[in-house]
Every structure is written in C-alpha cells, then in structure tokens.
Design a protein around this ligand. Structure first.
Ligand code: G3P
Ligand code: MG
Length: 360
C-alpha cells in the first residue's frame, strides 16, 4: 500500500471483510442444501464477519424467509441480514400505502398478506379481479377453482382506480396476468374496463401511451432464469417482463419510440445494490460499532445478475466489491460467463476460503 502513512495503514488493516450472498444456486437448489453451505455460515458467524443475503427470490416476509433458510442450515440468522427482491418496496409505502394497488405473484392470499405486512393497506389481487369481472380472462378453466376460493368481490373496480401494479414474485397465472396488466396499462386513469383516449396520439411523448394516470408498473426480479432441482434453469419474472414487452409492442402498433415504462429493482439493478449496501453497513455496525467495512465479496451463481450487478456497482460505491462466481447453479464449469467475475470457485465454501486467504 504505497502512499499511505502508518495511521492510514492501521485503519485499512482494521477494516472488516464482508460478504453478500446470493441464495438460490449458492446455498440451496430447490429444497436441497448445497454441500458446504452450513459450514460456510458457521465459519463466518464464528469469525464475526458481517454478511447479508441478497436474493432475487421473494413471496414471503424477510422474517419468514430467514427462518426457512435458518431451519435448512440448522443455524440462527437475523432478518436484518436479508434483502429479498421486493424488500426495496418498503420505500414505496409512503406513496402507495393508502392507494389501491394490484399485487401479482404467488398464489392464494400469500402476496395479499405480504403486501399488507409491508404497509400497503388497499390491495387487489388478480383473483379479486376475476371474482368481480369473471369474463376478463377468456381461458380460466385451469384456474377457476383457485380464483373462486381466493378472490374477493369487493365491488370496487368500477369506482376505484389502480394506482400501481407490483410484481412480488413470478406470476402463476401468466395468461390472466398478461391480460389484466395490459388492460390497466391501456386504461384511462387506472380504471379497469376503460381505454385512454390518449393512446396512440402522435403529438404526445411515447405516443400518448402511459400518459393518462395509468398505474405505475414495478418489477422486483430481472432474472430471466433461475436454478431449481430441474436439470435446466427455469423461467423467472424477467421472462414474464420480456413477454409483456412483446405484447406491448404489438398492442401499441409497433410505433417508433413507444416503449413500456416501468421500474425494476432486484439484482443487478443499482437500486438494489444501493439498498443492500445500506443494509450491510447497518448490520456490520451492529456487530462491530467501531470498525468500518473494507472489501465486500459478492458470491453468486448467475453472471447476468449477481456478477453483473456487483461489478457495475463496484465502480460507483464507497466499498470495494469483488465478485465471486460459483459453479453450483446457473453457471456451470466450462461456460464463459457473460460477466467476468474476480474469481470462480467450485462452491460457496471455496469462495469464502479464497476471500479469506486474499484478505490475509
Ligand atoms: O426467483 C428467484 C430466483 O430468480 C433467484 O434467486 O437467490 O439466486 O437471487 P437468487
Ligand atoms: Mg442465484
């Protein structure tokens, strides 16, 4: 470390190394624990090295998710160490907490309850829309019983606009959700069943589409694929978004300059890395109130998500971020990763061992 005086050197040496871990494809695949996962967390807990989990997964509260993972690992984890794809939605509560929002994702009342727990008071699900307007979806045979069981006909849709559409996990009834989202994005003011007169107006920006108080659209997981027990990766929320863009292009007539307007959080977006850094700093300060974090090691299995995000963020944030790619999920040995990590390790245990050796 040339150029640093003795006091500076002491400060650098005293800095903590910290870890940000992806979950699917690093600690678990589907329901199965990946070898070395437990030992890795045990080691870091013993060393008191700060670490958090940063997953594009979701659908449960941070508390529930941490309990589930802790149970699998046979270890106790703190919900403060946990950032899920939709955790940044907490920041939307001041704006949308009292407005009506459409929430999409896992089945039943799971996402309704989750959104309520976050602080969104007026929540509508696609089952509610089916209960109130059964004919909105032309092909309900596969899911009718489900919507009858979970949908609530509150008779609000004629008089209440939807202010936001929020995806909390991969949609289950893709056909219905494509239909409802498209209807709302074309509506006048977020009233379902209406069409905005501004749609297609060439004198307006974006040809008038999404210019008439339609709901704002939020996604929380850009992943196109994710790793499960199945031999090949499965389609994730990013694949739904890709399909929606295609539908939107056709619905809006392929007009030049018209593009779908939406906000997206989750890895690899900057919004999520900024959020994760905030959470990591707070957690590290709780463990070691007088020491700052030096290097952050981001360990993940998806080059386009974990590695791309960490690499891009490293050049902009206050910490030094180093990305480590593991071979237990999306990335398989022999593939050339789309985004080059600082290091490739066989699994999470080897990744952490490498990082700790590097820090010596
Ligand atoms: O749907 C979850 C999946 O896309 C990725 O989860 O933990 O690998 O970020 P994770
Ligand atoms: Mg992963």
């Amino acid at each position: 470390m040339p150029g640093l005086d003795l006091e500076d050197k002491a400060k650098v040496k005293n800095k903590l190394s910290a870890f940000v871990f992806d979950i699917d494809g690093v600690f678990i695949r589907g329901e199965k624990l990946i070898p070395g996962a437990r030992e890795t967390i045990q080691l870091l807990q013993k060393r008191k090295d700060p670490f958090i989990f940063l997953t594009n997964g979701g659908g449960h509260t941070e508390q529930k998710r941490v309990e589930k993972l802790g149970e699998k690992l046979g270890l106790t984890l703190d919900p403060k160490q946990f950032v899920q794809s939709h955790t940044p939605y907490y920041d939307l509560v001041p704006e949308y907490g009292d407005k009506t929002v459409l929430v999409l994702g896992a089945h039943g009342d799971q996402i309704r309850d989750l959104a309520h727990k976050y602080g969104f008071k007026k929540v509508v699900t696609s089952s509610d829309i089916m209960a109130e307007i059964p004919y909105i979806h032309p092909f309900p045979e596969m899911t009718q019983a489900h919507h009858e069981k979970y949908g609530r006909n509150n008779n609000i849709l004629q008089t209440t606009p939807i202010s936001a559409i929020m995806f909390w996990s991969s949609p289950r009834d893709w056909g219905l959700d494509y239909q409802i989202v498209t209807d709302l994005l074309l509506s006048s003011g977020g009233f379902i069943g209406t069409r905005s007169p501004k749609n297609g107006d060439p004198s307006l920006p974006n040809h008038g589409f999404q210019q008439d108080n339609q709901p704002k659209l939020f996604f929380c997981n850009p992943d196109f694929l994710w790793s499960t027990e199945y031999s090949a990766p499965r389609l994730a929320q990013g694949a739904f978004l890709a399909g929606l863009k295609g539908i939107w292009e056709t619905m809006t007539g392929g007009l030049e300059g018209v593009s779908l307007q939406y906000t997206i959080v989750g890895k690899p977006t900057d919004l999520t890395y900024v959020y994760a850094e905030k959470v990591l700093r707070a957690y590290a300060a709780q463990l070691h109130p007088t020491r700052d974090v030096g290097t952050v090691y981001m360990v993940g299995d998806n080059p386009r998500s974990d590695i791309a995000g960490a690499n891009a963020f490293a050049s902009r944030c206050g910490y030094v971020w180093k990305s480590v790619l593991v071979e237990t999920g999306i990335h398989v040995p022999g593939d050339v990763p789309a985004h080059e990590p600082c290091h490739i390790a066989k699994n999470v245990q080897e990744a952490v061992e490498w990082a700790l050796r590097t820090e010596k």
